[in-house]
Design a protein around this ligand. Structure first.
Ligand SMILES: NC(=O)C1=CN([C@@H]2O[C@H](COP(=O)(O)OP(=O)(O)OC[C@H]3O[C@@H](n4cnc5c(N)ncnc54)[C@H](OP(=O)(O)O)[C@@H]3O)[C@@H](O)[C@H]2O)C=CC1
Ligand SMILES: CC(C)(CO)C(=O)C(=O)O
Length: 296
């Protein structure tokens, strides 16, 4: 990346702080754009901690020019609220890297980015915001990006950082595989439990049945995923620390809106569009939506 490339990050939460810290450690600290002002960001990891000097800016009017690369790490439920940041930071020469779950980031961000190129990513690592606003990084940071020429701006920025980046020529399949993992993690919200709950035999059975439903939707949407994927995902939860949560559970426990639509609703929506039976989604999705917002 040229020394003059400018990098901004919107949403310095669990994932945003991890990426900001990775960039800061190699002298490429991004402009920090947030909702809540913080003097600095703190990332705790297995070997220690990284402090990213602030401030976290909270007024989009302070941005004077578009940036070359903009990481977006707000929840997908918060994209519309970032419209002013995106308008100020993006033009048609900008690359926007969505550090968000789901398979719909391009569609969701496009209306806000002034013709910039939106590149989705698969974010593989768990990170938790702690009560003191520091972030606990619980695995080695790793992203997958589509193998397209514009992704170079992202791989250059993150090259040599603690965040590994892989490129995939079949990004659709990778993104859907991650979506399946996120969809079944939604069961943690309904049980109000962390990964340890998957050690119950009946939860394993429910998870496998739901994952098979998700897999059939993924395949008609163009993902090339084998029959063994549901078992592999459940095995992953069996191996995970019993206290490992998921970002949607953290949101539920903090009484924040949930990303239920992009993680679970999407399976139901696409399944119905293709005329596929989605009986488990038809139970899970209304419950997650009701847990997110509305009366009661
Ligand atoms: N956490 C994880 O382990 C993983 C998360 N993901 C995905 O990554 C994405 C980000 O998740 P995560 O990091 O957990 O989310 P967080 O809630 O931890 O962080 C979101 C950040 O965005 C900020 N924000 C909210 N609204 C605005 C706004 N209008 N303008 C600027 N900043 C704003 C929040 O500020 P405030 O401090 O005020 O809330 C917060 O700093 C999600 O799509 C999630 O599904 C993917 C893989 C793993
Ligand atoms: C932890 C992880 C990687 C898998 O569920 C995730 O995507 C999340 O918490 O949102």
């Amino acid at each position: 990346m040229s020394d003059h490339s400018s990098v901004a990050l919107i949403g310095p939460g669990a994932i945003g702080t991890t990426i900001a810290a990775a960039l800061h450690e190699v002298g490429r600290a991004p402009l920090l754009c947030g909702r809540t002002a913080h003097p600095q960001l703190i990332l705790r990891h297995d070997e220690g901690e990284v402090t990213v000097p602030g401030p976290v800016l909270t007024d989009p009017a302070t941005v004077r020019h578009p940036f070359d690369l903009v990481f977006v790490a707000v929840k997908t439920t918060q994209v519309a609220d970032c419209a002013e940041w995106l308008a100020a930071l993006c033009d048609e020469n900008t690359v926007v890297c969505a550090l968000q779950n789901g398979v719909e980031q391009k569609t969701q961000l496009k209306p806000y980015v002034n013709g910039a190129t939106v590149i989705p990513s698969v974010v593989w690592f768990p990170a938790q915001r702690e009560a003191d606003a520091s972030v606990w990084l619980r695995a080695k940071p790793r992203l997958t990006l589509p193998d397209i020429p514009q992704a170079t701006r992202i791989t250059d920025a993150l090259g040599g950082t603690r965040c590994a980046v892989e490129l995939s020529t079949d990004f659709t399949s990778i993104a859907w595989r991650k979506l399946l993992q996120n969809a079944v993690a939604g069961l943690m919200v309904l049980a109000n439990r962390r990964a340890g709950m998957f050690s119950r035999d009946n939860i394993t059975e429910l998870a496998l049945a739901y994952l098979r439903e998700c897999l059939s939707v993924a395949r008609v949407e163009g993902a090339s995923l084998s029959d063994s994927v549901p078992q592999e995902i459940v095995d992953g939860f069996h191996r995970a620390p019993a206290d490992l949560g998921t970002s949607i559970l953290a949101d539920r426990q903090a009484n924040r809106p949930l990303e239920w639509d992009i993680r679970n609703g999407v399976i139901q929506r696409y399944g119905q569009k293709h005329g596929l039976p989605v009986p488990i989604s038809n139970v899970i999705v209304p419950l997650l939506a009701a847990g997110s917002e509305g009366p009661g």
